[in-house]
Design a protein around this ligand. Structure first.
Ligand SMILES: Cc1cc2nc3c(=O)[nH]c(=O)nc-3n(C[C@H](O)[C@H](O)[C@H](O)COP(=O)(O)O)c2cc1C
Length: 242
């Protein structure tokens, strides 16, 4: 089984997103999968021109010659694709969005109708990977991932596949906070387990999903503590507001 992660953080290997992706891939590899990690920020991927030339060409080739041809091959060889992103304006990062847009050659230009009588493009055939969404964000609450969850539902429909796991972590600044090393290590072990489960069972168990959603630190005041520490950080950078 091939598991490929496409990380859309502009910070690549230094990203908070990578803290999660790395653990997920470690778990997937421990369960026997071949894993690959792609930092989209290191790739040359132009914006989709919207010209539909890929749909006019029998080979589905894009007119733009950049890294995307290789990345589509990597994507198409995957059994599981991890779409990983920091939350930017409640949405995926622009790096990941450009990558997703450039997957257009994989769809067939014709219109068909899905089981809910909604219009859809058929796929061009070939293997369709299952998806995993991984994200972290600066705000502490889970509610900030509402758009991403809806996007996952729509992408599963558009790509005729399913999301076998969605791993969302609010309060992402804490993923690299040295004083929280132990808590982050515990969280990463849970993410590793998620990677193992997705490979061995094809899904996330209810128990792992529930554990992944617990706060990083077991305090009823963790949201307030997080806000205070972030504000203190900015006081340090800006010399305080008052
Ligand atoms: C352009 C931009 C937009 C952002 N928008 C949001 C947002 O809508 N909600 C949020 O909670 N955090 C937002 N953030 C904060 C990032 O999600 C947060 O810093 C995250 O931990 C970065 O992850 P990374 O290190 O993987 O890039 C934004 C950050 C940037 C740079």
């Amino acid at each position: 089984m091939n598991v490929v992660a496409f990380n859309g953080s502009p910070k690549g290997a230094e990203s908070n997103t990578h803290v999660i992706v790395d653990a997920f891939l470690e778990g997937a590899a421990a369960a026997g999968a071949d894993v690959e990690n792609v930092f989209l920020a290191e790739k040359n991927i132009a914006h989709c021109l919207g010209c539909f030339q890929c749909w006019s060409s029998p080979t589905g080739e894009c007119v733009q010659k950049d890294d995307m041809a290789d990345l589509i091959e990597t994507y198409a060889a995957a059994d599981i694709v991890v779409l990983a992103t920091p939350l930017h304006n409640d949405n995926v990062s622009s790096h990941l969005k450009v990558f997703i847009d450039r997957l257009l050659p994989l769809a067939d230009p014709y219109f068909a109708v899905d089981k809910n009588k909604e219009t859809i493009h058929p796929s061009r055939g070939g293997r369709i990977p299952k998806f995993v969404m991984i994200s972290n964000c600066g705000f502490p609450e889970k509610s900030h991932f509402q758009v991403l969850h809806l996007l996952a539902e729509r992408m599963a429909r558009n790509y005729k596949t399913e999301f076998v796991a969605e791993i969302y972590r609010g309060g992402g600044a804490w993923l690299k906070e040295p004083s929280l090393d132990e808590a982050v290590a515990r969280y990463r072990n849970l993410v590793k387990l998620a990677g193992e489960e997705v490979v061995t069972q094809g899904r996330l168990s209810g128990e792992t999903k529930a554990h992944l959603e617990l706060p990083l630190i077991p305090s009823p005041d963790y949201i307030e503590i997080y806000r205070t520490t972030v504000n203190r950080y900015w006081d340090g950078v800006l010399g305080g507001r008052t």
